[in-house]
Write a protein that binds this ligand. Structure first.
Ligand code: GLA
Length: 726
């Protein structure tokens, strides 16, 4: 609900559990007055104090009033160059070289329904409402439009920023953040999600300190190293208690999230496109739209914050072509064959996998061009008929006859120098004139900022996807951007290439969805290098990590769960010893971990024993039976795998509390085990449950006293408890 106090110019956004408020002050500066647990909508600007502070500049309208300074006011969208010395949200260079922005509120309007964005991902919802605030810099005729989407049920507030140049001269936008959030306190912890290839999104929590701290990416993707999702929370906040603020950016390129603690112990979060190598020329009459940001405040701990993000992403962001239907359990040939496969080998996979209940065969890298290893072929998207005689037209029906659907891997953004495409169009790769290009996995990045490059690649891929009945596409992206320079843009516009590249990727994903609306797309970037809310708008699921070891995955999936729902997390059972770390885990445990995601297999089914096949058959049946509970249920982290405890546990609970699935993996083993009890969460205290079809366990007892864990011998054993209300 949006409450407008037009007379006092107080703008209040209410969600079910939270309130967000702004106010235009006596000089029309938009100040941020409150964000926190839901309160009545009265004017909270009394919280903002005015004092004559040392070295605090006063704007001209303040006259002799030294108590009014931008540098001490909580700003809704921080400016620069005119007295606020903290983190700016926007920076502009004018033709005379000056860099200052002064924003004053001029107008506002409310709309029913959620605003949409053109060419950028966004949350959608007819039930949501929109508030637009117009701020103007009258000296330069610059208008900044701040737009808010309010989704009450999931406590989601989206923000979007559009900059319009109504002046007579071109200007250069050097920074344009998507969100600025000022707090009248700094006793908060910052949690970021960091890592590397094979070990993505480990939570890193530390108290805010004076000065600026933060994370970002300059790799052209959101990156394995840091995620465009951060949390600020009470120092003592935990899963169940404390005030927590999440901020997610719907963007898959360079981002920056910074928090500054100022001299008077106020904190400011600024998040948006990374200003590194960003500079957008705004000709008169044109506009720039920054990516959307998604804020969720939870008054009741990190668990509730995550569950609200999960709900918001599932219901309002992901556009699943199979919405309402179960997504297929898949088998992918990558870890089983790498580049070394033929049509017959894939058919052999399907012959064994289909009777086990597996429904989709995904043919990974190596099916196209001259691609027998990762040194050549990228860019030539036509079927290698030596490996697949007769092309997909011949192969796909063979798979379908066995009762399975067919999926395919692509990596449209890349090119190998050893490819027909590169030989014909060397200037289509991102390279800097006069410099030998930097290779990574022996490949270069195509200049997706250029329409003709995108169109050429898309034409080839469209032909492949049209040649057979394809149900699934894995869109991969296996290197970071370097040598960022486009042959198609003049020198002064090279600062646009990184962002235009991302817009180009989004555009091609839109074409794919338009032309093949029935195809399920899985995102991927060397595993989880582009696991962000922006991609989830186009690809309902994302390969979470190239690391398929069940024990490492406990940590990776734990970190991922802070923002992203189970239904987004690509997760497979693979062979042991695991190729990433050599660890051997029981197949049951691998299944327990993988089915807390989209679930599939990535191993040669013909190399499994009869006993393993039976386990797979059971796992697939179990997953299908509990699909809705796992994919749509409320997710509870019951332990933190980074605490090195004896086990990691989590639960999926039906929204009505009538059923739950608790999963637990023992991660360390010792003799003479102590008696252990697991306290459950999210159950209905008034209901009584059966566990795995037996007994009668009151919900309150399971949550307060707990469930006694069995003592399992052997490394990495696991347990699944299915609870159903009697
Ligand atoms: C990336 C992906 C893998 C696989 C390979 C193929 O590493 O993350 O799953 O598709 O590329 O080259």
């Amino acid at each position: 609900m949006i409450v407008l106090d037009n007379e006092n110019r107080v703008f209040t956004l209410h969600t079910k559990n939270t309130t967000y408020q702004m106010k235009a002050d006596q000089h029309n500066v938009l100040i941020h007055t409150y964000y926190g647990p839901r309160v009545s909508g009265s004017d909270l600007s009394y919280l903002v104090r005015y004092m004559d502070r040392g070295c605090a500049p006063n704007p001209p309208e303040a006259g002799l009033d030294r108590t009014y300074s931008l540098n001490t006011l909580p700003q809704e969208y921080s400016t620069c160059g005119l007295g606020d010395f903290r983190l700016p949200s926007i920076e502009i260079e004018y033709p005379d070289g000056s860099r200052a922005v002064d924003l004053r509120l001029t107008d506002w309007e409310e709309e029913q329904g959620k605003y949409e964005l053109d060419g950028l991902p966004f949350f959608h919802g007819a039930q949501a409402s929109t508030l637009r605030l117009y701020l103007e810099d009258t000296t330069t005729n610059l208008v900044v439009e701040l737009t808010y989407g309010v989704f009450e049920d999931c406590d989601l507030i989206t923000r979007c920023v559009e900059v319009h140049n109504y002046g007579a001269a071109p200007i250069r936008l050097c920074q344009c953040a998507s969100v600025c959030l000022d707090f009248l306190r700094s006793d908060l912890d910052l949690i970021t999600f960091d890592g590397c290839h094979l070990m993505e999104r480990s939570p890193d929590r530390s108290p805010l300190r004076s000065g600026t701290q933060g994370v970002g990416s300059v790799r052209g993707t959101s990156s394995h190293q840091h995620n465009p999702f951060v949390v600020l929370c009470d120092r003592n906040a935990n899963e169940d208690h404390g005030l927590c603020y999440g901020a997610a950016l719907l963007y898959s390129g360079n981002f920056q999230a910074q928090v500054e603690v100022s001299q008077y112990d106020n904190a400011r979060l600024v998040m948006g496109i990374n200003p590194y190598h960003f500079c957008w020329t705004l000709e008169p009459g044109t506009s720039f739209t920054a990516p959307e940001a998604a804020l969720i405040c939870s008054p009741n701990g990190l668990g509730q914050m995550s569950r609200q993000y999960h709900r918001a992403i599932r219901e309002h962001l992901i556009q699943d072509p199979l919405r309402g239907q179960r997504r297929p359990v898949l088998i992918n040939n990558w870890e089983a064959t790498y580049f070394n496969f033929t049509a017959d080998k894939l058919v052999d996979f399907a012959k064994t996998a289909a009777p086990l209940g597996i429904e989709l065969l995904v043919m990974d890298d190596g099916w196209f061009g001259k691609r027998d290893d990762d040194n050549s072929g990228l860019g030539d998207w036509s079927v290698n008929t030596e490996k697949l005689p007769g092309g997909l037209e011949a192969l796909v029906p063979r798979i379908q006859e066995l009762g399975m659907k067919f999926g395919i891997w692509i990596e449209p953004e890349m090119v190998n120098e050893d490819s027909c495409l590169y030989r014909e169009h060397p200037d289509w790769a991102l390279t800097i004139p006069g410099r030998a290009p930097t290779r990574c996995r022996n490949q270069l990045v195509l200049d997706f900022s250029r329409a003709e490059v995108r169109q050429h690649i898309y034409k080839q891929i469209k032909a492949v996807l049209s040649s057979a009945d394809i149900a699934y596409v894995k869109w991969d992206m296996n290197r970071s951007l370097t040598d960022v320079w486009s042959a198609a843009l003049p020198a002064q516009c090279q600062g646009e290439v990184f962002h235009r590249y991302v817009l180009g990727v989004y555009e091609m994903l839109d074409w794919l969805r338009r032309d093949f609306p029935h195809i399920l797309i899985e995102g991927c970037a060397g595993g989880g290098g582009r696991f962000d809310a922006g991609m989830l708008y186009y690809t309902p699921q994302i390969w979470c990590s190239d690391n398929t070891d069940a024990i490492d995955r406990l940590r990776i999936q734990y970190g991922t769960s802070f923002c992203y729902p189970v239904s987004a997390v690509g997760s497979h059972v693979s062979a042991v010893p695991n190729e990433a770390n050599g660890r051997t885990t029981p197949i049951r445990t691998r299944g327990v971990v993988a089915m807390s995601g989209t679930f599939g297999y990535e191993m040669d089914p013909n190399q499994t024993t009869q006993e393993e096949k039976e386990v797979i058959r059971e796992q697939v049946a179990f997953f299908k039976e509990h699909y809705n509970l796992i994919q749509q249920g409320d997710y509870y982290r019951l332990t933190d795998p980074f605490q090195n405890g004896p086990y990691t546990a989590w639960a999926h609970v039906a929204p009505d509390g009538r059923e739950a699935l608790v999963s637990l993996v023992f991660t360390s083993l010792r003799a003479a085990q102590p008696f252990r009890v697991l306290k459950l969460k999210g159950l209905n205290p008034q209901l009584t449950y059966q566990i795995n079809g037996e007994g009668s366990w009151p919900g309150d007892v399971l949550m307060c006293a707990g469930y006694p864990l069995p003592m399992l011998n052997g490394d990495y054993q696991s347990l699944q408890l299915y609870l159903s209300a009697i």
